[in-house]
Design a protein around this ligand. Structure first.
Ligand SMILES: Nc1nc2c(ncn2[C@@H]2O[C@H](COP(=O)(O)OP(=O)(O)OP(=O)(O)O)[C@@H](O)[C@H]2O)c(=O)[nH]1
Length: 204
């Protein structure tokens, strides 16, 4: 069975857990504990093939004082970078995340170079409180050569599923291209990293 790892990143309160739980359970739950990080595991079927999917939903309570993505960059195959359209500061944070992912790519971090990224403007239902325009999100995604969508974890079940599916499909096509290049062992490395950082696991 194939394995895929996706990290959902973004500043506090942007809806990372809401998006993840919406995708995994199809439900929107208003409040989530935000003092712990989780790796959710789920078996999904992608284009007829079974995938063992892991989704990392970090705790965004002070990230050890600085933007240190090293663990995630080495762990994930794909990234969902989330901001809230009603929160300009979260957009700036998303930009900083995209910069870090690209920086890691440029410096030859294999994982980031092979990974796929989507920028997500969440809370589209709060358009009356909008602080970040759709065009700004689209432009940022173009600047960083990643995909982009706006949606609402609260209201859009199908769109959330489609967004994650897009990431998984891109990861699959990247993986096909690099299959011959990458030596085996990434799985055990990921397990080692998980053990080192003691992330909690939840099966959905
Ligand atoms: N209106 C609206 N509220 C949302 C949406 N998505 C999440 N929220 C709300 O935003 C708040 C934060 O959502 P979370 O999913 O906990 O956000 P998070 O990014 O995981 O937060 P941390 O764990 O603190 O980093 C909660 O009150 C959610 O109900 C959305 O699409 N629309």
């Amino acid at each position: 069975m194939n394995e895929m790892k996706v990290a959902v990143l973004g500043s506090e309160g942007t809806g990372k857990s809401a998006l993840t739980v919406r995708f995994l359970t199809r439900r929107f739950i208003g409040e989530y504990a935000s003092d712990s990080e989780c790796i959710y595991t789920k078996h999904v079927c992608l284009e007829g093939k079974p995938i063992n999917l892991e989704i990392y939903d970090p705790c965004s309570q002070p990230r050890r004082g600085k933007l240190s993505l090293t663990d995630e960059l080495h762990w994930a195959d794909g990234f969902v970078v989330v901001y809230a359209i009603s929160d300009r500061a979260s957009f700036a944070f998303a930009k900083a995340l995209l910069y870090r992912i690209r920086e890691c790519h440029m410096s030859g971090c294999k994982r980031a170079a092979d990974s796929t990224v989507i920028l997500v403007g969440n809370k589209q239902d709060l358009c009356h409180m909008r602080e970040v325009g759709w065009e700004e999100g689209q432009k940022l995604a173009l600047d960083y050569k990643c995909q982009f969508c706006e949606l609402s974890a609260a209201e859009h079940c199908q769109e959330v599923a489609a967004m994650f599916t897009k990431v998984l499909k891109n990861v699959t096509s990247n993986a096909k291209g690099k299959e011959k290049r990458r030596p085996s062992g990434s799985k055990s490395m990921a397990k080692l990293i998980n053990n080192m950082f003691g992330k909690r696991r939840k099966s959905v």
